[in-house]
Design a protein around this ligand. Sequence first.
Ligand SMILES: Cc1ncc(COP(=O)(O)O)c(C=O)c1O
Length: 398
Amino acid sequence: MKKSLRTRCVHAGERTPAPDFKPVTTPIYPSVGYLYEDMRDLDAIFGGERQGYVYPRYGSPTVQAFETAVADLEAADEAVAYSSGMAAIHAALLSAGLRAGTAVVSAADVYGATYAMQEQLFTSLGARVRFVDVTDLDAVRAAVEAERPVAIICETISNPLLKVADVPALAEIAHAAGARLIVDSTFATPYLMQPLTMGVDYVVHSATKYIAGHGDVMAGVIVCSSELAHDLRERQKLLGANLGPHEAWLALRGLKTFALRFPAQCANAQRVAEWLARFPSVAAVNYPGLPDHPQHDVATRLFEGRGYGGMMSFDIAGAGQGEVFRFMEALELVLPATTLGDVQSLTLYPAHSSHRAVPPEVRKAIGIGDGLVRLSVGIEDAQDIIGDLDQALESIHE
Ligand SMILES: Cc1ncc(COP(=O)(O)O)c(C=O)c1O
């Protein structure tokens, strides 16, 4: 039957039989709907009896390619992708059982939004949150004893103070109390450690950062067992915090150079940290690769000599917001942008951005002072990064 122009505009060219080839890289599948000749196949996919796609909140091919890649890097059964790192953290806390009447023990030194999500959102819903210094294992044990939490949550390398969590020890404490351990491994990445092999239940990444690596996509991911992934996918159907196919494609493309980018960032960061530690107006440098870092030995044990990451923070002696702003404005190469983990070197002032949601008195108590600067070291030549920091630090007092 000859169709009208209006009908042909809608359907012409679509769903032509696939030619006999496989694309080298996964295409972007933006399709919301998926067709099956036999309605029983659709039914079986809805029922979880066979693999397939029905609707993007239930999963989609480009997103699955990204999930498969991350699961592979993390030695995980599965990965579940999210629209952002925060969406992934939210999902992990819910899946671990955090709800009214239950508790979580959280590292005090975490990304500001992670702090605020727990302290504001979850407490407003009736959950309890106990913040502790997770590098003090006795304090963690005492908090777990007092709260009987459903989960312990921390960052493997913390933002912005670069504390390194003794992940196997925390897993033991959590499991002995029947709790799950959730770690945000955004700073450590799968290159430095694979926390699932150390007993962690949920490993979260802001894939916006090192995994994608180019500052052009927002994404989050959780890696875990198949059992927990099933639970996360069921929740995802209701919550809808899914990663989009275009974003999944960008993240997957970025990931291809991760194993080249990240070691270069670790090597650059080591040089920059050693240089900063000698700079007269730098009062302290927080970088796990420095021998005087309080968890240097823990980091060496967990990262097995592969490096210490590309992130650091440092205190400019006697500086407040004014001096830090002058420093950031004087930078010519390092970009004062609110992100991290990209190929470019980036700097940020935690007190006014990443940790703005943390009350000033809490910031002060956990060690985020007014002179603290966070630095994400890129893949540029280390000497150029050092040269730029040098001139900008010198310019503060001019
Ligand atoms: C350690 C860490 N976790 C999670 C997040 C949140 O990730 P996203 O911005 O992708 O939601 C961030 C963001 O900076 C972060 O630094």
